[in-house]
Design a protein. Structure first.
Length: 459
């Protein structure tokens, strides 16, 4: 009997899973393995919201495997050591896994390859599992350019690239009896999760995508920036944990066709774009991709303002609404993310890394590639071709929340202010303002813009 191991990482699904498909095709028995890696906690990436969502995903993955005669083997500890033990226990000849892009994922692959080198077990790493198009497949012309630094030309080339056809879920998964498994983690064992955190798992991800594909995809181009309408797909946590296949969702969107589908596919491409940037420049997870020689504000006042930003007490209602949504749901509307990030990095002129770290502490879809590089895009140290753009929170609020519904939903102390006036409570009369327990703005927008321009040497 030949045995293969499939090491699950950020690909917690059964449908369209190339490593699992390859293992089942080549071996008599397969060990589906997930290691609760100590290094994730040690590196500070074990945020409660993601740990709870992960618990949902693992339980659902185990249930899906059991429906097919298999089971998920869970181990705890160092991923390389635990994988090596499984290989030794089963006599596995091949280990299949998805390729990752972060420096953490690259080191993990290197360590696994080194550890397995003397065991006779071959490491097979599969591309286009976590992304629709693998990093490095689409590159600019010229031998010295290993990735695209601008999105639009990348999108054109990416759109021309043929995607592999998705694999069906296997009918049967035969798992050897021997390997013992640790208990599956449970959501209720995680403390400090956001009260409105969404449910995880492939079953929920596929249900959510099917419903949105039917009822939301067609209007996505028109409504995805509408803060109050909440018309985004909310699929980002499932793409992050791999309970949905990026290749499959692109195929299904393209099959539907129309402007909404095209706009959605463009967003999936943005995700791939950031992954290919990080794969080529792993240091961008913590260092400026393009330094602007920023002299970020530090000191007690900057720390106090950052704390107010985290709590949703900046005095700018749309920014506060977005930050409170993050606290409550562990997720934030895409337009809200842009406004909250711009306010911290451009108006308060606080280092983007402080904001990125806070987002990673709470976001259920907290992905190093997308989180860090989106933050850098907004801060002007990343791939944005207009690095000095500043998003005015009042103008943006009136455009994307014209009736103030989003703000009143998340900033209930302002619920008595009707219409668009809720975006500028400082314009109320003194007597009216006294009725609302809401802070004064941390800084005037003109002052913040002047500070930013002066620091960057702009006219």
């Amino acid at each position: 009997m030949t045995v293969a191991v499939v090491l699950f990482t950020s690909d917690l699904r059964i449908h369209d899973h190339p490593p699992l498909h390859a293992a089942l095709a080549a071996a008599d028995e397969v060990v589906p393995l997930f290691v609760l890696d100590d290094a994730v906690e040690a590196a500070g990436f074990g945020a409660p919201n993601r740990r709870a969502f992960l618990a949902d995903c693992l339980r659902d993955l185990d249930a899906g495997l059991r429906e097919r005669g298999g089971r998920l083997v869970v181990r705890e500890g160092d991923v390389v050591a635990e994988t090596g033990r499984i290989v030794a226990e089963t006599g596995a000849t091949t280990l299949h896994m998805a390729a990752g892009v972060s420096s953490f994922a690259q080191r993990r692959e290197e360590r696994l390859r080194e550890a397995l080198g003397s065991t006779g077990c071959r490491l097979s790493v599969h591309d286009a599992v976590i992304t629709a198009v693998a990093p490095g497949v689409v590159v600019p012309s010229g031998a010295d350019r290993d990735h695209f630094a601008v999105f639009t030309p990348y999108f054109r080339r990416w759109s021309e690239e043929g995607l592999r056809r998705p694999f069906h879920a296997p009918r049967t998964v035969r798992v050897p009896e021997g390997p013992a498994s640790a208990g599956l983690p449970a959501r209720d064992g995680v403390r400090g999760i956001s009260p409105g955190l969404a449910e995880g798992g492939e079953t929920e991800g596929r249900r959510l995508f099917t419903a949105w594909h039917r009822n939301g995809l067609a209007s996505y181009e028109e409504l995805h920036d509408d803060l109050a309408g909440d018309a985004t797909s909310r699929l980002s946590p499932h793409l992050h944990f791999g309970t949905l296949s990026p290749a499959e969702v692109v195929h299904r969107a393209r099959d539907a066709g129309g402007p909404g589908a095209e706009a959605f596919v463009r967003q999936v491409c943005w995700r791939d774009f950031h992954h290919q940037v990080l794969a080529a420049r792993p240091g961008a997870a913590h260092s400026d991709y393009r330094s602007r020689q920023d002299r970020w504000r530090t000191g007690r006042k900057a720390e106090e303002e950052t704390a107010a930003w985290k709590e949703g007490r900046t005095g700018y209602p749309v920014v506060d609404a977005a930050m409170r949504q993050l606290l409550h749901e562990g997720w934030m509307h895409n337009r809200g993310r842009l406004l909250a990030a711009s306010f911290l990095a451009k108006t308060l002129y606080v280092d983007w890394r402080a904001g990125a770290r806070h987002f990673l502490d709470l976001l259920v879809d907290g992905d190093v590639a997308n989180n860090q590089l989106n933050w850098q895009w907004v801060a002007g140290t990343g791939t944005d071709s207009r690095p000095n753009r500043v998003l005015n929170p009042v103008t943006q609020a009136k455009r994307y929340d014209p009736d103030g519904t989003y703000v009143r939903r998340w900033v209930p102390e302002l619920s008595g202010i009707a219409g668009a006036a809720v975006h500028e409570p400082w314009k109320l009369s003194g007597e009216e303002r006294a009725r609302y327990d809401y802070p004064e703005p941390l800084v005037g927008l003109a002052e913040g813009l002047s500070r930013f321009k002066e620091a960057r040497g702009l006219d």
